[in-house]
Write a new protein. Sequence first.
Length: 475
Amino acid sequence: MALWGGRFSQGPAESVAALSRSVHFDWVLAPYDIRVNIAHVKGLQESGILSEVDGEKIMIALTALGEEIDAGTFLPIDSDEDVHSAIERGLTSRLGPLGGAFRAGRSRNDLVVTDFKLYLIDHMIAIGSAVTLLIEEFTTKADEYKSAIAPGFTHLQHAQPINFGHELAKHSQALLRDLSRIHDWLARNSSSPLGAGALAGSALQPHPENSADELGFSHAHENSIDAVSDRDFVSEALFVFANIGIHLSRIGEEYTLWSTSEFGWAKLDDAFSTGSSIMPQKKNPDIAELARGKSGRLIGNLTSVMVMLKGLPFAYNRDLQEDKEPTFDSVETLLTLLPALTGMVESTEFDTARMARGATAGHALATEIADFLARSGVPFATAHEISGSCVRLAESLGREVHELSDEELSSIDPRLTSEIRSTLNAQGATASRTSIGGTSTSSIIKQIHSMKERNQRFIDFFDSQRSNFLEMIQV
């Protein structure tokens, strides 16, 4: 059903109609469109544009239409341009001309951005909840392996021994920052565009703050031009999704490496692996690889929308139709990927003996020599040089630096006494780092406790947000 055309002598060309049509992807906004239109009708009743009787008839019809949409019995047809025209078609089929009365005082410009905000609020909450489940699994694994010794890496080279629980906990920390961004996004974007009209506000809907309250927003948008053209909330959401994707990609990269024969640290569960159509022995880390691969898609969606936005004049422009498909894709990508990756993390087992055997390889304890000398009052630059000399000697002898004898160490510098043996081993090296953020077991236990508390606060927050949203969206 066309929502315009009175000043035109003919309808759009077939090619123009095909280009303009968006209902094949914006139909996902239908439940939110129903809710926004009901709030708008209430505003028209308050302002006297619609009588109580007519307003009630429209709201009853909208509610019934919403139920049919949920049940899948009312669907768009080829002649529908977008979700809004499909819903108006459904109303006029029930109410006749009265079905078009609810359009007074609003435009598709303010309607679509309000629908879209509600969609993103709904799905931000869902994605946040899914991330809390992944954090729970990483934190549980960190607790399980809080005393397991493993090599730590920089530049993919052996660096210093660590406790493997600390390695796993870093992913919880990164994902908790993502939850903080979602929390901030929900607060920052709680402004309702409804009532902005096409761009100039509405003389027929003088109290947009009432609609804002009806829809669960904290306030109405203060500038009608900005309200219909603002897509900061979209680009910001896509950044949050892309950043989550980057964190998931790095998880995927690690699990891919750890599960190789060369590492042999991680044993992936069969349910979260795949095989080869030609090589029967293969067990591939496809979930980890897909997590890595799909991050490019999430970054691409962000880039697509930001490039589209960068040169737009105010207020509404049809280019803004291009904000939805990338966003819908990012949402669906994350809601599909997160449960699979969470299952992979939960079911993976690690070979602690193999990790421990490699913890001191590559002269990984060399820093302990420098730290020992620094604690004895040797300037660290000097201590660093002495430690490097120890490495050079060990390499010439074909040994690791911690395998040098007391005599060999003292021959390099007499201050390297036998007391160094207490930290010149993987257990001693990790146990000595007891500060906040350190890799000692005691520090990891404190970190795990903090992460559990923070994640639980987010779980409670998203549960509350979900409950409030469902209460608001019910019609």
